[in-house]
Write a protein of this length. Sequence first.
Length: 198
Amino acid sequence: MTNAKKNSHRQGYRTGEYVVYPAHGVGQITAIEEQEVAGFKLELFVISFEKDKMTLRVPTAKAAAVGMRKLAENALVTKALETITGRARVKRTMWSRRAQEYEAKINSGDLIAIAEVVRDLHRSDAQPEQSYSERQLYEAALDRMAREVAAVNKLHEGEALKLIEAQLAKSPKRAKPADADADAESASDIDEVEEEAA
């Protein structure tokens, strides 16, 4: 049996408020409900993720433990936008390890960490194409960042994306080390040989 309480306040949150849930990004608290589970009364935040067409029920007592948080302050959004204009910091480790780190940053719910993923995986038109997995992670990070920037600044998501893309355009061009150019050339020669053999 569900008893929804409208316009309630719990744990510093209220219905109608936008929050960030680490694994899913920005959602809106649509209700605070009480449910009886195995004879115990449990109070739940009902969080709607409209874009994903998903509803999540989070016990109010566990909100902090699962990393649920209020939207970022304007100052933090500004810092995140500044972060993406910085020089990409790509570690020289295997892609699988970097991909796991990027995934962890995206799912941390930390706006600055998400901005770092956007910065590190962004490719300008002049740069080589991303692999499928790189593009997937980049788009996931960009989507999370755009949703929060939009919610904080009361913009449509498309406007937030334009704002982020304008900031990315200001980032310094990635300078490739000389040996990376040589490796890229030899790799393209190998591609051509493989194509001829095919």
